[in-house]
Write a protein that binds this ligand. Sequence first.
Ligand SMILES: NC(=O)c1ccc[n+]([C@@H]2O[C@H](COP(=O)([O-])OP(=O)(O)OC[C@H]3O[C@@H](n4cnc5c(N)ncnc54)[C@H](O)[C@@H]3O)[C@@H](O)[C@H]2O)c1
Ligand SMILES: C[N+](C)(C)CC=O
Length: 490
Amino acid sequence: MTATLFIDGAWCSATAGGTRQIHCPADGTFVAEVDEAGPEDTIAAIRAARTSFDAGVWAQSPASARGDFLLKVAAGLRERKEEFARAEALDTGKRMVEARLDMDDIAACFDYFGKLAGQHTGRIVDAGDPNINSRIEVEPIGVCALITPWNYPLLQAAWKIAPALAAGCSFVLKPAELTPHTAILMIKLLDDLGLPAGVANLVLGAGATAGGPLSTHEDVDLVSFTGGLETGRLLAANAAGTVKKIALELGGKNPNIVFADADFDAALDNALNAAFVHSGQVCSAGTRLILEESIAERFTEEFVRRAEGIRLGGPFDDTAETGTLISAAHRDKVHAYVEAGIAEGARLRTGGTFGEGDLAGGYYYLPTVLDRVVRGMSVVRDEAFGPVVTIETFTTEDEAIAIANDTIYGLAGAVWSSEAGRGERIAKRLRHGTIWINDFHPYLPQAEWGGFKQSGFGRELGPTGLAEYQEMKHVYHNLTPAVTGWFPEH
Ligand SMILES: NC(=O)c1ccc[n+]([C@@H]2O[C@H](COP(=O)([O-])OP(=O)(O)OC[C@H]3O[C@@H](n4cnc5c(N)ncnc54)[C@H](O)[C@@H]3O)[C@@H](O)[C@H]2O)c1
Ligand SMILES: C[N+](C)(C)CC=O
């Protein structure tokens, strides 16, 4: 597969001829070879986006037309769902059933922003003078750099592409280097549906090289980034050089608090899902299980027993319940956190090893549970981004809240209790961007998503997810211009 970069309405190869081979992490099978962009390709893509934006080919089109376009994207995705899901599954190794669910969520996201486009057009301001016409106009922010991770490749891209297009922006998309295929398919779909040249541009390749100019180039107005904390810090520092707006969707170390009065079976089942879906490679994964002391032993025993029963397998294994990690390097990193935790005194209840036998050809890591942990341990503190759960206990509400908030992150968390008042009370005091009460993981296109603290800033989805891609302009129109006399003629 060549000519996989899309710049100014044309598919092309990397100027320097670089390529990258993509392999399925579930079994190492070769998926395809794609182009590997260098900074010069990315600069060309930024220039194309700038030219199209300044020409107004999309930015000046009626918002309702942009909305209609997004609804067509949603329909196109639904028609080609299987093709998209398969591409996602091969790149990430995730199960087809999960990849299909991702495609449903992506189509819903395009529907949502398609309907929202044009609804937030500004407002009339009462200037207190009938001869002054004052209004706030909402305009697209300009050229957007959209940088996305490998765990939910198209979903995270869609949360940016849909509002960017709804707002009237032009963009350069840089997906994670390991998972480019659904981005290619998406850009093809946009092109097939007639998006003007230069509005959507695609560069593939490594962060520092292909991605480098995206946070430094003066023609980029907004960087919208989803990925790790270290990269986010770097991009924020880079973006400061040209004072460009930046939105950061970073990692999490997400608490899942279970009170003794919770529905035990529901809390247990959801705690497994919270931690082990997509092998824990989820920003909002419930990796810190925080149990009320009186149920801790029974809950932990059941949790461990059920974790040991989880079947691992590849994208097309219908019996699999979760999958592989993305790469050998990532699996090593996850394992290092587990080993560090054990060395620091944590007790390994299950897991802590690579998949063997049928799983040996992929980067599988067994669902892992550690208890007897303390808060300073790296496995409790840092985002391992794998199927690793630590168990802590509490005796009072205040203690549960203190444990749950004791993290530099603030992405998501959950509380389980049959007392509605307690759920609400705790939700109010948790410093995380999404709180689930008696649930875990749902997100809605119409509800803002994002982090407190070092999980980032800015919001995706919901009306604010569109506003991120807009500028506000105050237009003050004096209907009766007159001499002010402030500086009289001498
Ligand atoms: N908050 C959220 O909604 C959310 C959602 C999904 C994933 N995440 C986070 O993403 C992380 C996992 O993803 P990852 O390992 O791909 O993250 P990463 O930070 O390594 O990479 C993310 C993207 O940034 C690019 N990149 C890296 N360096 C760059 C640079 N100097 N300039 C431009 N681009 C650069 C990468 O190539 C990739 O496309 C986890 O921390 C996870 O929690 C957060
Ligand atoms: C944002 N979400 C939950 C879809 C994926 C996070 O990794």
